[in-house]
Design a protein around this ligand. Structure first.
Ligand SMILES: [Zn+2]
Length: 329
């Protein structure tokens, strides 16, 4: 026996041993995998389990559902009365939409959120208190209207640049403040605060649109240049929140006819449109205009908003096209 045959004789059992170990290891893994696949009753899954295709892309739900997750007292400098902020989630988007309710105290003729006040399984009285729900037995079965008039309502889309940074490119902050002031004066009302920045295109695209506006496009053209609709907002979540709050009819603070149409289509009665006239338009005699004036003229002249444009501002409808023409040249 030479040295090489000794080596071969030794290697074969070693190789066999190694292969045996792999077979044993694979067997153990296989047994474990099969065990983990067994149903609770110990049976293996049916054939359909093994042939199951990858799950189809998740479809958007067809029926909108909103749920009030929490309500809290929110005193504000806009009125001396208590008012409440309600936060909603929904099954269509991942945004936290809000309702700011003026003047509806927790009392027998108050307005309640159906989804907030509903009793949730296993919750304690403390759990209810933490999310702002009243004692279950105090929730009235029906709602009654206070006063003769329907409450004021405003559907307001959030605007970081205007409301937080005080941008004068738009009138969002002014409209929000005006709505809160009027509701404070009337003692009742509701603001549906929807998270749809930049007429629904988001902050990033809105900032690009501002750059296009600075190059001479108007607000509508800028959105279209970026591949968006002139107005990408929708209002069905606002209607669903009003229905959750058991508010069947409102006096809507708006200049936007699309909001009224959307609410009527979804089942909330708009008994009156309450116009919102820009504060600066009451006196334009000094000829001092801001960016927002041009923006408002576009909304009135091109986007159907119900605003009478003062003659002092008619200059904007021609000025914009001249600016754009000079850039293109
Ligand atoms: Zn704005």
């Amino acid at each position: 026996m030479n040295s090489s045959s000794v080596a071969s004789d030794l290697e074969l059992p070693l190789l066999t041993l190694s292969l045996g170990s792999v077979v044993i290891a694979l067997s153990v893994v296989t047994i474990n995998v099969i065990a983990s696949l067994r149903n609770e009753d110990g049976k293996l899954p049916s054939l359909s389990f093994w042939t199951k295709k990858a799950p189809a892309k998740q479809q958007k739900p067809t029926t909108l559902e909103v749920t009030c997750q929490v309500k809290t007292r929110l005193p504000s400098e806009y009125s001396s009365m208590e008012h409440s902020l309600l936060l909603y989630t929904n099954n269509i988007d991942n945004e936290e939409h809000l309702a700011l309710v003026f003047g509806y105290e927790v009392s027998e003729d108050g307005v309640y959120s159906r989804s907030l006040e509903g009793v949730r399984e296993g919750e304690s009285p403390r759990d209810r208190a933490v999310r702002g729900a009243v004692d279950a037995e105090k929730v009235p079965k029906t709602s009654t209207k206070k006063g003769n008039k329907d409450p004021l309502a405003r559907i307001h889309s959030c605007c970081f640049t205007g409301e937080t940074l005080g941008s004068v490119r738009c009138d969002c902050r002014e409209q929000l403040c005006e709505a809160m002031k009027r509701m404070g004066e009337e003692g009742r009302g509701v603001i549906l605060y929807l998270r749809q920045e930049g007429r629904g295109i988001g902050l990033l695209e809105k900032m690009k649109a501002y750059n296009l506006i600075d190059q001479g496009y108007d607000t509508q053209e800028a959105n279209i240049q970026l591949g968006h609709p002139a107005d990408a907002r929708s209002y069905e979540i606002a209607t669903a929140i009003l229905q959750d709050l058991r508010i069947p009819s409102v006096r809507l603070l708006t200049n936007n006819p699309h909001k009224m149409k959307s609410m009527a289509k979804d089942g909330v009665v708009v008994s009156e449109r309450v116009p919102m006239i820009p504060a600066s338009w009451s006196d334009l005699s000094k000829g001092e205009f801001q960016d927002r004036d041009e923006y408002l003229v576009t909304k009135a002249q091109k986007m159907g908003h119900l605003l009478d444009v003062p003659k002092e501002l008619e200059v904007f409808s021609t000025e914009a096209s001249e600016k754009k023409g000079s850039i293109a040249a």
